[in-house]
Design a protein around this ligand. Structure first.
Ligand code: FDA
Length: 305
């Protein structure tokens, strides 16, 4: 119920304006977002890499509706990749993209052309790109664009969401040699017709997908903070005889940082998803929807301002 209300607010321009104006927002944002600029992103990446963690960087923004905005987003990714290369932070750092920020909602060809340029820049910098997955209305389009991009940039990664009923089948399709698949639970509000509605069903689907990906020939990227699912991931790595560099765990910047370091110390590859930029509203609201404790943090911060 609370999750639905927050996810509805995530789509509301009115609530967005209110939250952005709240003086406390900066403090809360700082916990989950690395900063506004390319330099902030580089500084956070340097720190994480020095701690033995890998990174994927996300320039915040989604649902772009003009070609100019989409081009500006693409240009920032090109700038970022050149800066990562110059700072010798690749291949430890890669980038994550939302196709909706590159024009997917109004011009799929433009989004694909923008993504192609970013993939080429990533290849030149010696690193990779992962396509974030957004709400279910974009899944087919995103997987189609992934297939196109993989023809020229075979390491381009996909994200699959265990809350979608279709995802087990998508995992089977993508558990092939050379394929990189990030498995997450899913962060959007989805109808029962396409998505499991209870946490138990979403978790059970996650485990079935872990089994498919870890027993397959691809490179699984297990994105979760859930202690039970992490333990199951560790267990399956032993069961399927996977070495620490043949799959990875992924977590979000600011979430369970001590667990990120514990897994890295235990020999696993751990990648931290680092968002930066000023368009943090939708991202922050999805983080709040995931965890009432984060909402308490937000409310406490508001009360003390
Ligand atoms: P969930 O939120 O259900 O939490 C399960 C348990 O984890 C909690 O009970 C608690 O024990 C622990 N936990 C969670 N948060 C914690 C905290 N802050 N502190 C302490 N313990 C905590 N989604 C999407 O739709 N498309 C995408 O492209 C991506 N991309 C993506 C990349 C990466 C690297 C990650 C980690 C996640 C995503 N997501 C995503 C988000 C994902 O779908 C999901 O919404 C969040 O990861 C939250 O789900 P969890 O699996 O962490 O479990």
């Amino acid at each position: 119920m609370l999750r639905s209300v927050i996810l509805a607010a995530a789509r509301s321009k009115r609530v967005e304006r209110l939250v952005e104006k709240a003086p406390v927002s900066r403090d809360v944002v700082r916990r989950f977002v690395a900063g506004n600029t390319t330099e902030d992103a580089l500084a956070a990446t340097r720190e994480l890499v020095a701690d033995g963690l890998a990174v994927t960087l996300d320039f915040l923004g989604e649902d772009t509706f003009t070609a100019e905005q989409a081009t500006a987003t693409k240009d920032e990714y090109l700038r970022l990749l050149a800066a990562l290369d110059a700072a010798e932070l690749t291949p430890e750092a890669e980038v994550s993209l939302k196709l909706s920020a590159l024009g997917q909602k109004f011009d799929e060809e433009l989004a694909l052309a923008n993504a192609r340029e970013i993939c080429a820049a990533a290849m030149k910098a010696g690193t990779t790109v992962t396509l974030d997955m957004e709400d279910h209305t974009t899944t087919d389009s995103t997987l189609d664009m992934l297939a196109e991009l993989r023809k020229d940039f075979p390491t381009t990664g996909a994200v699959l969401q265990s809350y979608l009923r279709r995802t087990e089948a998508d995992c089977r399709e993508l558990a092939v040699s050379g394929s990189r698949v990030r498995l997450c639970k899913g962060a959007y509000k989805e109808p029962e017709s396409v998505a499991y509605q209870t946490a138990l069903d979403v978790d059970k689907s996650y485990v079935r997908c872990v089994n498919t990906l870890m027993s397959g020939a691809g490179y699984p990227m297990l994105a979760t903070h859930d202690p039970r699912l992490i333990t199951i991931g560790e267990d399956r790595s032993r069961w399927f005889d996977r070495s620490g560099d043949s799959f990875e765990f992924q977590m979000l910047y600011g979430v369970r940082p001590e667990e990120q370091r514990r897994l890295a110390r235990d020999g696993y590859t751990v990648r931290v998803y680092v968002p930066y930029g000023t368009e943090w509203y939708g991202y922050l609201m999805r983080r709040l929807a995931e965890r009432p404790a984060n909402l308490g943090f937000f409310a406490r911060a508001l009360a003390t301002k």
